[in-house]
Design a protein around this ligand. Structure first.
Ligand SMILES: [Zn+2]
Length: 110
């Protein structure tokens, strides 16, 4: 009985974690990004990133590219702990018009 409960808990724990946005630092942004993955183009060593890219989490299949270069507007900030956060929120003005936050890897609809 206890083993069964523990197993259930472990499964739900990993299910939650697998829903989080993972971070991938790449030298070239992919053409077919994976779901729930935030790609950063730039240098990990210098902690200098130029673009972030992700597949729209609403399921529409669109690819969203965010500018991280501070002297170009609009511009976003990505901070990374165990999971990435994106600031400010992503608000699409066309197609699905999704508006969401990514906070510590968690997707929060606005
Ligand atoms: Zn969408």
């Amino acid at each position: 009985m206890i083993v069964k409960q523990l197993f259930k808990w472990i499964v739900s724990f990993f299910k939650k974690e697998s829903n989080y946005f993972k971070l991938k630092i790449v030298s070239e942004l992919p053409e077919n990004p994976l779901e729930r993955t935030l790609y950063l183009e730039g240098s990990f060593k210098e902690k200098d990133y130029w673009y972030a890219l992700l597949k729209c989490p609403c399921g529409c299949g669109d690819i969203i590219m965010l500018n991280l270069i501070t002297d170009t507007k609009p511009c976003w900030k990505v901070s990374v702990n165990k999971y990435p956060s994106v600031y400010p929120s992503v608000w699409r003005t066309k197609n699905c018009k999704s508006h969401f936050w990514i906070k510590d890897g968690k997707l929060v609809w606005a």
